[in-house]
Design a protein around this ligand. Sequence first.
Ligand code: GUN
Length: 294
Amino acid sequence: MPILIDGKIVSTQIKNELKQKTESLFQDKGIIPGLALMLVGDDPASKIYVSSKEKACAEIGFKSIVKRVPADTPESDVLKQIDEWNQDSSIHGILVQAPLPKHIDSNKVIMRIRPDKDVDGFHPENMGRLVIGLPGFLSCTPAGIMELLKRYEIDTQGKHTVVLGRSNIVGKPIANLLYQKNKYANSIVTICHTGTKDFAYYTKQADILIAAMGVPELIKAEHVKEGVVIIDVGINRVEDPSNPKGYRLTGDVDFNSVYEKAQAITPVPGGVGPMTIAMLLQNTYFSAAGLVKF
Ligand code: GUN
């Protein structure tokens, strides 16, 4: 039976720890961490994510501001709002929910956020810091994966980690984190992507497999070796007439198929997903407490 890597339990622990630290920060320095969130348009999944982030802030005693604007909001208005938050000393973290409507250049938006308030870790300065191993904000999903590997004492030293997907949000940063020379990384990393002709050739060699390509249940037992550690980043909606909602959430890995072969595995939902919000809160706390030195 594999170990179930439970992101719900770990994220709850982290949030409880943060709640206490937030109280102390207020008592010691009179600072309340402030997170500003922007949602452009009405993408159903993004609406849910932003509301969850807002709720999580309230639960641990953060201040949050949510600006919800229509999909046809001009890019210049979005940039102007970011400029205001950049200057507001009660705001320690700024997040503009992706994806953005086509007429808005998401790179421009990301680059407008002050790197020391970029709690998403998407700004090139933070990405660059991650690559060369300097302090900065780590993007939340990769940070959540690293935290799970650490807390479940998964040995990454000298192991072959195969990352499926090369997105800026997950694939690129997690691959870079896992080959850094430190106790919790030092892996040999392979990145597979849409240009990979025979992905199974690589996945069958993986000691640790990180699936973040956004294809529901692609990875099956025949693609992995015995004893693999599987981190499933996928959150896909698939039709399911037997479910009252008409759909169910599933990962990029066919959980039931790989289960017997895995040494440890994250479920979907309840694995990596809850960690992402916990890491966003942690980054915002770090920013408010001045714990990330630029
Ligand atoms: N869309 C999906 N995930 C994320 C995230 O972590 N941050 C932002 N800003 N948008 C997202």
